[in-house]
Design a protein around this ligand. Structure first.
Ligand code: DAH
Length: 341
């Protein structure tokens, strides 16, 4: 029995010293000191001992129990210190590791160009209007003085929704002139950017969907000089002070007189180069004085009020602004292209 106690003491102490967790220690405590534990099993044999041997063995057993308990206690605090250390190491944050770079997107170059133009007009007191892309032919054509039989009303040019050619995808932003006249108080100063649609084949300068900006001012005493002054201001802000413009006579059904405005080539300064096809000038927009009949149809007296209007292609403006050679690049949305701006 003495031998058994000695063996128990040795094996249990070494098992406790190797325990790594609180659970392992608890299992060892039960194994050695529990009701059905090994020490209890040995003590059960006490009855077989003689009266002299019994107290000696009892004392020895108590010593073993005390040693085991002390060792369990000691190992328990060592293990919990160990666990704490391990957790601290596991949860440590290395603030010196380089962060993950956040990829930032940016505006599409065409909208950058649009924002610049909007800013300029807002600075001059204009209101920005938004309007429907599905439009009535009445507003897109009739109210703009383009009567039945006008070539742009042809089915080969325009996307209609119905047999009677009454509902269509707007072919220009000009119907926004009519919508403004019908809903706003005079005087009116607006620009209206947005998508327009025409049955054009896709190539380097054409797309069945593109963007225009419509501009319009109506007030008492507005003249062609106001139109030229406003557009010259815009061009100087877009392309730099001293940039020259040129106005050529043209025809639009809703303006009289009508003109096209060219801007001096930004690339060669007007001498002639491949960008301006040797002309020295680049066509920028259509404009004119609002036709008296258009004012009348909107219930505005052309003897009291007058106004100017213009329409500019946004893609072409952006292409010039960012020196983009092919219109298709603007719509394809290839990130490798867009990243350059
Ligand atoms: N709507 C015309 C077009 O799409 C552009 C235009 C020309 C608009 C003259 C105007 C204007 O307001 O006065 O070709």
């Amino acid at each position: 029995m003495k031998e058994q106690l000695k063996l128990l003491r040795e094996s249990s102490l070494s098992a406790i010293a190797e325990a790594q967790t609180g659970e392992e220690l608890e299992a060892l405590r039960i194994k050695y000191l529990g009701k059905k534990g090994e020490l209890t099993a040995i003590l059960k044999q006490m009855g077989k001992l003689s009266a002299e041997e019994r107290p000696v063995m009892g004392q020895l057993a108590n010593e073993v129990r005390n040693a085991l308990e002390a060792s369990l206690e000691e190992r328990k605090s060592a293990v919990s210190a160990l666990m704490l250390e391990k957790r601290l190491a596991d949860e440590a944050i290395d603030v010196t590791i380089p962060g993950k770079k956040q990829e930032m997107g940016h505006r599409h170059p065409m909208y950058t160009a649009l924002d610049e133009i909007k800013e300029i007009f807002i600075g001059m007191g204009f209101t920005i209007l938004d309007g429907p892309e599905v439009e009535l032919a009445e507003l897109n054509f009739d109210r703009l003085n383009a009567e039945e039989g006008h070539p742009s009303r042809d089915w080969s040019d325009t996307f209609y929704f119905d047999e009677d050619s009454r509902v269509m995808l707007r072919s220009q932003t000009s119907p926004m002139q009519v919508r403004a006249m019908d809903t706003m108080e005079l005087p009116i100063r607006i620009i209206a950017p947005g998508r327009v649609y025409r049955k054009d084949e896709v190539d380097a300068t054409h797309s069945p969907m593109f963007h225009q900006i419509e501009g319009m001012a109506i007030d008492k005493g507005i003249t062609m000089a106001d139109l030229k002054g406003t557009l010259n201001t815009v061009v100087e802000q877009l392309y730099g002070k001293g940039t020259k413009t040129r106005f050529r006579p043209h025809h639009f059904p809703f303006t009289e007189p009508s003109c096209e405005m060219d801007v001096q080539c930004h690339k060669c300064g007007g001498v002639g180069c491949p960008t301006c096809k040797g002309e020295g000038w680049i066509e920028l927009l259509g404009a004119g004085m609002i036709h008296p009949r258009v004012l009348e149809m909107a219930g505005i007296d052309p003897n009291v009020y007058s106004g100017w209007a213009f329409g500019i292609g946004l893609e072409r403006t952006a292409m010039r602004r960012f020196k983009i050679a092919d219109l298709r690049l603007i719509f394809e949305n290839d990130v490798r292209f867009l990243e350059q701006f």
